[in-house]
Design a protein around this ligand. Sequence first.
Ligand code: AMP
Length: 300
Amino acid sequence: MQIWGNVLCLPSVNLILKMRIITLKSEMSHWRQGLSSQSSVGFVPTMGALHHGHLSLVSQALMDNDLAVISIFVNPTQFNNSADLEVYPRTFEADNSLLETLPHDRIVLFTPRAEDLYDGPPLSKRWEFGSIARVMEGEFRDGHFDGVGTVLQLLFEAVSPSKSYFGEKDYQQLLIVKSLADQLGNTNEIIGCPIYREVSGLAMSSRNQRLSEQQKVQATLLYQIMKYIKEHLNTMSWAELKSWAELQFEKDKDWQLEYLTLADSQTLEKKDDYSKDKPLRIFIAAHLGTVRLIDNMAVN
Ligand code: AMP
């Protein structure tokens, strides 16, 4: 603290205050119930290893609401592969530093532990996702969306958000979450946010931390392929474009393509050809070495 003439200069409040961190779901509910009914809370659930894609969701939540809650929880029940769960990046110190750059007085970090979050009588599953959960991620990651639905139901119960923010990076998940919120029937509006990309086009992802510098360059193939397809869908058939794309993956032995799909943006029904009438998206999932990457792009 300094005194200049007769002006008392206090250091900025943000430099003194620390972001509030809550670990227990009971404490989260207690904090939430203590807020005035006028206060709106935007919620951003994450699995940590935060990057600027996550921060873009938090910024949107802060723009739309009085307060934002960001959760970090690597949810075991949504991993169908235990090796994948084990190597998922956990970088709490770095996450904390990144969040410290945001306005401390408007952010709460929620870091529940599995024993506490999943404690209590088994959830009565009140949702059914139907065909949108059976394709793509649902087909290749058995049980994944049941795990997502379960953890989000628990997180939504603890946080009681006014609005919740999800990235189009996980576009299928975004549709699932909209359906979940509808079926749970509370006033939690689900907001989809655009995909945040590196300058190279690579979609930001926590899993990118497991890529070497060279693999990050290779990984731009996903974006390049979707962009090429989008630019040529008017003049080439989907079958031709898909064969061309498969060839690009075959040329580099480090890649293993899992799926490449053109689908209706609302129903996720597979399409074999381009049509201007309905919004369509390209969806892609592939392994680069041991890292599984997904991406998608609207084509109209
Ligand atoms: P995750 O930590 O991977 O579970 O992601 C937490 C949330 O951040 C999800 O709603 C993701 O869709 C979103 N997200 C992850 N990466 C990006 C990105 N590159 N751009 C926008 N949203 C993202």
